[in-house]
Design a protein around this ligand. Structure first.
Ligand code: SF4
Ligand code: SF4
Length: 100
């Protein structure tokens, strides 16, 4: 099940003019927030964004910005509450990278 966060507080910003349509941000987004439309990315589910920052980190054209960290804090709290390994899904692209 996709996690939902507080509505309309996500800091995710997209500058379509800078987007080249390379699609990397879509590949690394763990929550299906982004979609390709007419060779440009668009935000289709803003409230599902966990602000992991994977899209912004992987965009070579600075087309996406987000204040990352909130999603990781959520993951840490959730991990503590459920006595499980904290995971926000930010490394699900297989790169081994992680923001928390
Ligand atoms: S990574 Fe950047 S340039 Fe590539 S599709 Fe996403 S926003 Fe556009
Ligand atoms: S910050 Fe993370 S969850 Fe939000 S759009 Fe970017 S990759 Fe997806």
């Amino acid at each position: 099940m996709k996690h939902r966060y507080l509505k309309n507080v996500v800091t995710l910003q997209l500058d379509e003019d800078k987007c080249t349509g390379c699609g990397i941000c879509i590949d690394v987004c763990p929550h299906g927030v982004l979609e390709m439309n007419m060779k440009k990315v668009r935000i289709i589910d803003r409230d599902a964004c966990m602000e992991c920052g994977a899209c912004a980190k992987n965009c070579s054209f600075s087309a996406i910005s987000v204040n990352s960290g909130v999603g990781c804090a959520y993951a840490l709290i959730r991990g503590a509450l459920t006595n499980s390994e904290p995971s926000c899904g930010c490394s699900s692209d297989g790169s081994g990278g992680s923001c928390c």
